[in-house]
Design a protein around this ligand. Sequence first.
Ligand code: PMV
Length: 343
Amino acid sequence: MKKSASWRSPSNIALVKYWGKYPKQIPANPSISFTLNDCYTETEVILDDKKTDATFSFEVILDGESKPDFAPKIEKFFNQIVDEAPFLKEFHFTIKTHNSFPHSSGIASSASGMSALALCLLSLKEEITGKKEDDFHRKASEWARLGSGSASRSVYGGLVEWGRFAGMPESNDEFAVPFTGKVHDVFKTFCDYVLLVEMGAKSVSSTAGHGLMNNHPFAERRFLQAHENLEKLTEILASGDLAAFGNLVESEALTLHAMMMTSDPSFILMKPNTVHVIERIRQYRKETGTPVYFTLDAGANVHVLFPAAAEQKVKSFVDSELKQYLKDGRYICDRVGQGSERY
Ligand code: PMV
């Protein structure tokens, strides 16, 4: 018996950041992100007769090359969903995967990669059992969460919320949901240029980083702040107030890094060029009035956020003033996308 399923799933960039978790990948605070368009993972899972006596039999192939070093993460993920997917023990799985963004670019592939894998496995489960899920995307988001927290948000397009939040009754710790608040048109076509300040693996894994929020002196206040910021952002997204948006999103990014800098052990993921880029963005905004803002994920790269109407101006600013700080002058032009799709 040979069956296969293929899904394309994008990366996402958080505006209010998830940082800190409880067992079973339950987030310590709610988060919200823009799903991206051009940074995505394409994964095909081919199911075939089992090849070994091991609990799980699988092989990961990235761009045509076998990747045995991915095995522990996949094995852990299989273990987390096997109760709901007993077929994982019964077959051999060939997982062929490809990222649209450069390997080791510092762009986390876990959100796009884990969501693409979860979607493929859920499609296969439906085929094998002949039973349709009541809510396919919700279950895929739940499975993706168990692989990587932020992956739960990549299943849907546009603005996506994950984690229980009083301002959104549909919100849940176990799966992400499309943001249900009012969204001003300006945010529907927002751009995100990903500036590659540094290529290569991060010096601290996000798993270790989340762990350092346990017993962190500022943790409780930070978790509360995420709720407050989500409440403020809900109003900002409705009103289209770009200055307030930038103020909040930049503060979230710096708070994420402040948490890392004040944990024990402490660590700094920003590089000197990260700070140069941030300063240039703020200076350019002040001088020209252009609504251009930054955010960061758990790394040195800078995400430049701005409305589509400002794209020409921002692109020439990036080319003339920011490129000098980037690894080989590289950056990726991305924007808000529609979410995952089967192909
Ligand atoms: O999904 P993880 O465990 O890699 O955590 C990602 C955390 C941040 O990217 C820093 C923030 C977020 O909400 O995506």
